[in-house]
Design a protein around this ligand. Sequence first.
Ligand SMILES: Nc1ncnc2c1ncn2[C@@H]1O[C@H](COP(=O)(O)OP(=O)(O)O)[C@@H](O)[C@H]1O
Ligand SMILES: [Mg+2]
Length: 344
Amino acid sequence: MITTSGLTKVYRARGREVTALDGVDLHVREGEVYGVIGQSGAGKSSLIRCVNLLERPTSGTVTVAGQDLTALAGRGPRAGKELRRARSRIGMVFQHFNLLSSRTVQDNVELPLEILGVSGRERSRKALELLDLVGLADKAKVYPAQLSGGQKQRVGIARALAGDPKVLLSDEATSALDPETTRSILQLLRDLNRQLGLTVLLITHEMDVVKSVCDSAALMERGRIVESGTVSELLATPGSKLAGALFPVGGEATGEDRTVVDVTFHGESATQPVISQLSRTYNVDISILGAAIDTVGGLQVGRMRIELPGRYEDNVVPIGFLREQGLQIDVVGQEPVLVKEGAK
Ligand SMILES: Nc1ncnc2c1ncn2[C@@H]1O[C@H](COP(=O)(O)OP(=O)(O)O)[C@@H](O)[C@H]1O
Ligand SMILES: [Mg+2]
């Protein structure tokens, strides 16, 4: 649904050049919620603004719903109308809502429809329908100043949906909201994704956001995507930074001459019988340093950190046994040599 290839953005300001995007290849599938996470300055906003051509990319291409937007933008003023139409199919939600304070809630939602030249009666019908969808049917006639932050963002979302978009872009939509309101807005985005089949690309600096709603995620650092995949692919990738952050497991090694192993399992499988079998078969004392079960992106995941006596070299056979059981094994402090071993 969204593809960028070799996307580059260089800002030139007062004789200085800042490379905000440095060859970004992004693939967002139809119907998924895709999260891009990264620290401030990583280039996340530049990416999302280039995806809807609010910002003109320096090079590279952006394709949304099969349409090459960069080619349209490059055709000059005569393609303007086509580009505007393509863009109306991409909704955008902002951190600070960007509502017009002099307009009622309903008139804010109608604004993009006015620009598209939709008739007054149809605009009104559509706006009320959308306000109902986001749970604000009773707020149509009030002004933004009378709303809470969460309600303002609901208006922002209703406005973003006015052009019946196939894609919703969200730039830190929950960053100005408290945790409880954040949860309700994320739930709304998830519901819209499911009910309308809407593809959502969201940008955040908060791992919890990715964890609660995303099907796929990418990690951005200094204008590049350094890791990406579906949540289950990431969790099954040894050494993945995103997986570690999405699903941390505590527990420190107790001394030298010890091998610490993270055992990850998905869905139904359980580690407990395997661990006791390992202990019996190889006659080793296994310490459990930490364990956690969590739901990540709607997926049940468990992880256990165990410690075996002896160095890694001494434990190749028991570790091999664990891998044979179909469990994902990450030896802590060991380079991930066998990428994808144990992955589903
Ligand atoms: N309009 C601009 N002019 C010059 N530099 C910019 C502009 N917008 C962003 N930048 C720079 O580009 C880099 C990436 O910024 P941004 O895309 O906003 O990152 P993020 O959203 O991840 O915080 C930063 O170094 C930022 O200072
Ligand atoms: Mg930003």
